[in-house]
Design a protein around this ligand. Structure first.
Ligand code: FAD
Length: 287
């Protein structure tokens, strides 16, 4: 097992994000995807968590499976929404017993149509501090290059992120389409005295409607040139090819700008990530 903070200290990381499958069929898809991505030698993989604890068991099952059955380092996402401290203690003890050493400590986005679950924590920083007190985990936090949609202003968004990063080991960003958003974020953190690694999150466009909905929710801007490129696509395969091309160029620019790694939002599929790897010359696309 390995701590992601140490991996980032040793060099660039290349990592993949999955969500826990809902049923047997999506579980098979995820198993196949992990098998297809394993040859790329990911530094780590992370597994999302349903705010309010809706995926508590399912997230744990995927993280534990990766830890036990593959050589890949896993990271478990955990949200403060919907949890009291004793539950978090139990979850952390369980991960620790299973040899898991990495936690992504998040605010959490409960489904829009559900009431906000009660919680002992208001902001992710409080969960970060709780996880840090256990002394066992490397801790990641969320960063929003284009500012979190509920932040009243850029300055407070950066101040709260800096406070999280003073305790945590690294950040992973929400997705975005233009490298200057990332470069500006890192510069703003540097002004606040923070130089911990901020790994850009990469979301290849594979489905036009889905990406527009997710961008709206997360506060990411779909630039006009991206919208035009996607609208000009002939069919679904065309959309995917354009999405891979856009993401490949973005990754190259981010690496050129000194990003400490790349974190791919895979949507539990391997093809787009493998194609981007091949475009960047990072690994051999295994078909
Ligand atoms: P926080 O750090 O708590 O920030 C939320 C808002 O509160 C921000 O506007 C911040 O500026 C503000 N804020 C923070 N502290 C204070 C303070 N002291 N006073 C006033 N305002 C404050 N969601 C899930 O539900 N499950 C997942 O698995 C998941 N994985 C993610 C992975 C990544 C890489 C990213 C980038 C996001 C992920 N999210 C996930 C989404 C995330 O939970 C949402 O963006 C959520 O709305 C905010 O999370 P946060 O950790 O940034 O929260």
């Amino acid at each position: 097992m390995t701590k992601i903070g140490d991996l980032l200290g040793a060099g660039r990381t290349f990592s993949f994000e999955f969500f826990p499958p809902k049923d047997d069929s999506t579980q098979l898809t995820l198993g196949r995807t992990i098998a297809e991505l394993e040859p790329l030698g990911p530094s780590f993989v992370s597994v999302t968590y349903g705010a309010g604890g809706s995926t508590r068991e399912r997230t744990r099952n995927v993280v534990s499976w990766v830890a036990k059955e593959t050589p890949i380092t896993p990271m478990a996402h955990l949200t403060c929404q919907g949890h009291v401290r004793s539950e978090v203690d139990a979850i952390l003890a369980d991960y620790r017993a299973g040899g898991v050493e990495n936690i992504m400590a998040l605010g959490g986005d409960p489904p829009e149509d559900e009431p906000r679950p009660s919680s002992d924590y208001r902001y992710a920083l409080e969960l970060v501090e709780h996880v840090a007190a256990s002394g066992h985990f490397s801790i990641g936090v969320a960063a929003h290059p284009e500012v979190h949609p509920s932040s009243p202003d850029r300055e407070s968004d950066r101040r709260h992120l800096a406070a999280k990063l003073e305790v945590a080991d690294f950040a992973i960003t929400q997705f975005f389409f233009e490298a200057h958003h990332y470069v500006r974020l890192v510069g703003e953190l540097a002004v606040l005295g923070i130089d911990k690694p901020v790994v850009p999150g990469i979301m290849p466009i594979t489905n036009a409607k889905q990406i527009a909905r997710m961008a709206k929710m997360s506060g990411a801007e779909m630039p006009a040139w991206v919208v035009d490129a996607i609208n000009g696509a002939g069919d679904a395969a065309d959309v995917r090819a354009i999405g891979v091309d856009i993401a490949s160029h973005l990754c190259a620019e981010l690496l050129e700008a000194g990003a400490p790694g790349l974190h791919f939002y895979t949507m539990n599929r391997s093809t787009a990530t493998r194609e981007i790897y091949a475009n960047l010359g990072l690994g051999v696309s295994s078909g």
